[in-house]
Design a protein around this ligand. Structure first.
Ligand code: ADP
Ligand code: MG
Length: 259
């Protein structure tokens, strides 16, 4: 297997601008009483705007819970999440829905495309749901960026996994979201298709100024990020930045943690 390293060009320090995402004493307990499971034990971390962050850790360490709380899909038990300057705990369900629709993009391991809609209609869906008319030029540009212009009229089932994930990424970006959350976006893809998706996420950060937060198990995928956060048992136990963000160093640190 090739162990190509992603191009390491940009490392943006957290200067001036307010963070895209600010987690303060973030704590989340699922369930109640004897069934209660504390998935996050107080996470403090700020993610700079226009950066790419990878979240790693063993299965059950709280990665998905962290993403869901950060994206307003789940309410924290205590602590705060501030997304693009907006503290989420004060928002109603309706306001959270609008925030997710207008300011956040999501990419999932299993794509979550609508089977009955064409690729182009899937990509335009967030705009349609917001009652906005998709700009045909913007749509064409996005489809072209992800290499799917010639597949625009196909249904998801007619596409490879990599193509489906690129369509899902175009859909996540169509509203120009401040933050894109990706939960194992390359988990179901072969190495080459995964690379394409990672390159597109990297481009969204470097060229589009998007903030990307990506959960992954794969040190090679995490090496595309500017910063790697490591969770274990619901706690932030390690952070890698700058020259430490290589597949080898990440793998070594994970191995040291017994992951
Ligand atoms: P990861 O994504 O790192 O695998 P999760 O955030 O999915 O971890 O889960 C963290 C912990 O919280 C695990 O112990 C898991 O079983 C538990 N958990 C996650 N979601 C729920 C839920 N909806 N109800 C009860 N427990 C949950
Ligand atoms: Mg998970």
């Amino acid at each position: 297997m090739k162990t190509t390293q992603p191009p390491r060009t940009v490392h943006r320090p957290a200067t001036g601008r307010s963070p895209a995402l600010d987690l303060r004493s973030l704590q989340k307990t699922h369930g109640r009483g004897r069934q209660a499971v504390t998935a996050l034990h107080g996470i403090d971390h700020a993610i700079p705007s226009g950066s790419f962050t990878a979240v790693m850790g063993p299965s059950g360490s709280g990665k998905s819970t962290l993403l869901h709380c950060a994206a307003g899909l789940e309410r924290p038990t205590s602590g705060s999440v501030t997304l693009a300057g907006q503290e989420l705990s004060g928002l109603s369900e309706r306001q959270l829905t609008l925030l997710r629709r207008d300011r956040i993009g999501f990419v999932f391991q299993d794509f979550h495309l609508v089977p009955a809609l064409s690729v182009a209609a899937n990509v335009a869906l967030p705009l349609r749901l917001a009652g906005r008319r998709p700009d045909p030029h913007r749509l064409e540009e996005l489809l072209s960026n992800v290499g799917l212009l010639d597949k625009r009229n196909r249904r998801p089932a007619e596409l490879s996994g990599g193509q489906q994930q690129r369509a899902a990424l175009a859909r996540a970006l169509v509203t120009h979201p401040e933050v894109v959350f990706a939960d194992e976006p390359t988990g179901a893809l072969d190495r080459a298709s995964g690379r394409d998706v990672l390159q597109l996420l990297r481009d969204a950060v470097d060229d589009g100024g998007t903030t990307v937060v990506m959960v992954t198990h794969d040190p090679q995928a995490a090496a595309w990020a500017d910063e790697v956060l490591v969770l274990a048992d619901g706690r932030l136990v390690d952070r890698l930045t700058g020259p430490d963000v290589t597949a080898e160093t990440i793998a070594a640190r994970m191995a040291a943690l017994g992951v």
